[in-house]
Write a protein that binds this ligand. Sequence first.
Ligand code: KG4
Ligand code: ZN
Length: 340
Amino acid sequence: MLVLGIESSCDETGIALYDTQKGLLSHALHSQIEMHAEYGGVVPELASRDHIRRALPLIQHVLDQSGAELKNVDGIAYTQGPGLSGALLVGTSIAEALAFTLDIPTVGVHHLEGHLLAPLLEQNPPAFPFVALLVSGGHTQLMRVSGIGDYELLGDTLDDAAGEAFDKTAKLLGLSYPGGPAVSSLAAQGKNGRFKLPRPLLNSGDLNFSFSGLKTAVLTLANENGGQHLDQQTKADIAYEFQEAVTEVLTTKCMAALRDTGLDNLIVSGGVGANQRLRERLNQATKRRLCHVHYPRLEFCTDNGAMIAFAGAMRMQNIQAGDHAFTVKPRWDLAELQKP
Ligand code: KG4
Ligand code: ZN
């Protein structure tokens, strides 16, 4: 079965073709980061207009890359939510209109389920059940994953997500959007031991997270060391310690989740999963405990079409072509998902 995947929930247009026999055939992405950078964040109206401009040429591109034709596509998976409603409507409309003309089924994919399953696109994916750490811009969750749509929440953030903390810290340090990669490359020039930030909920005895206090602690540290006039080395030292604090908490809680569930495979997904320091810590910790950790390739940590094509393919087996009426779900709790 050949599935076309369309992602348009925020600021990247991602398109991919996934074959249930042969795996991922081709994928392409257009990022709007540069377009939004001058505004310091995503401008929803501009995002929607850009998705309109990019989607069809990108679909043609992945078809050309794979040697397939539109008529070979057996089903279309698109991000139905959560996300920006105008942006979601672009991908959804294109998916449903194409499926209508081709008389093939569609499946509306939950964006977070796409992220969650992205590590399974790689070589030697783990078998169910496993523990998943989902660390994106809006979520920091630990889950026990027993199958597609069978997700038990083990821990969640009580306030900010880890990615959000990276983004807010970047803003405080005067770095560019998006904050995660900017903080992480600045941290590479930082020194260990100059500053000490808290490790929120490290020993709370549960699997929950809290990152908003850390952001306040960064603000206090910045104010005490020059405020608006922080020198470059001080910024780097703060970024270093901030990254240490976040990655230590995430790693400790992942290991606790493996211990509590008795499982020995961990998958990590979402934008913060691209963080090299987090990967280094998780690699060391899982090795010590004779467990395994699985990541998506770097480009599939952040938004992409491949994860949507894959999650859609996993859900599409029993779906018939429908009436192609559609709606988007800008707010959509992962806990509402059912098994296919
Ligand atoms: O999963 P994602 O693309 O978006 C959501 O669906 O939320 O994740 C984006 C988040 C942003 O907060 C971004 O700053 C963060 O992931 N991020 C990183 C890195 N790359 C992206 N955070 C830390 N280190 C990185 N290398
Ligand atoms: Zn995402």
